[in-house]
Write a protein that binds this ligand. Sequence first.
Ligand code: GLY
Length: 310
Amino acid sequence: MTDAASPRDPLDALVDGVTIVELDPDETSVGRGSLPNADGVVQLDACCMDGPRRRAGGVAALEGIAAAARVALRVLRDTPHHLLAGQGAQDFAIARGFTVGELMTPKSRGLWIEWRRRLDVRLAAAAGRPADRFEIGYSVGREMSREGLIDANHLWGTINCNAVGPRGEICGVTTTSGLAWKMPGRVGDSPILGAGLYVRQDVGAAGATGRGESTLYNLSSFAIVDAIRRGAHPKDAGMAALRQIVDDTIHPALINARGEPNFNVKFCIVNAAGESAGVALYGGDAVRYAVCTEHGAELRVCDALLTGAM
Ligand code: GLY
C-alpha cells in the first residue's frame, strides 16, 4: 500500500477498492447496475472515516453518480461537513468533476420490472390497503431472493471495507444502493456514522451490511468499536451487537416462525492490532468476508449467531 518515498493514504486505497465494484455493471448491490428504489431510481448511500484526521464524509440518496464512495471522500476532504444528501450531494459532486448518467442496466431494470409486476398482483389481492404497500414490497423482495432471482446478500447489498495502515492509521468506507425497491428517499445505515460504519483511531473499525434499520436503531458499529475500546475481542464485540439486534427485532413483518429476524446483518471488524472478525446473524459458506494482510488476501466464513433458515 505504500512506497517509502510517497506513502499512500490507506483511505484512498479503500475507496479505490470499492470503486471497482461500484463501477461494475454486473454487480447489483452498489453503484452502476445496483437495484433501484420502488420508483426505479438508483439512490446511493456511502461514507468514509479517516481515523488519524478524525474526519468523515458521506452522501445519502445520491442519484446518477456510480462512484458514491469517491464523492463521500470529497465531502470528507473538501468540506467542513460529514453528510450531504439528495440534490445537494449531486450538485456538489458535479462541481467536483463527477459526471451524471443512468445507473440502471438492462439486468437491474429487468429485476425491478419483475418486482413491480409481482407487487401489483399482490396489491390487487390485498384490496388496496395502502399502508401495506412497502411491507408487501419487502416480502416480494424476499420471495425473489428465495427463488434465486436476486442474491440474498444483495437485498440490502452493501460493501464495507476497513483498514489498519502501516503506521497504525485506521480508516473505513461503506457504500450501498440500500434496500432493494426501497421507499424513495429512504436512507439506510451505510452513510450514518456509528450505524453502517464507525472508526476510532487507536481502537478499531467496524462496518455493517444487511438490514440497515437494525443497525441504525442500535448504532451497532459504534457499539462494536466502543466494546473493543473497553477490551473486547472484535468477534465478541460483534456477537454482542448481533444479540442486541435479535432482542430488538419484534415487528411481525421482520421475524420468522422461530421468532428470530428474517433478514441478515453482517459486521466486518478490525482492531488496532489488526485482529479481525466477520460475524453475521445467519451464516453458511456464502456468508464470507475478505481479509488482506502482509501474507496476502483470503476469504473467511463469518461466525454466525443463529442457526436455521432466515
Ligand atoms: N445496509 C444497507 C441498507 O440497509 O441500506
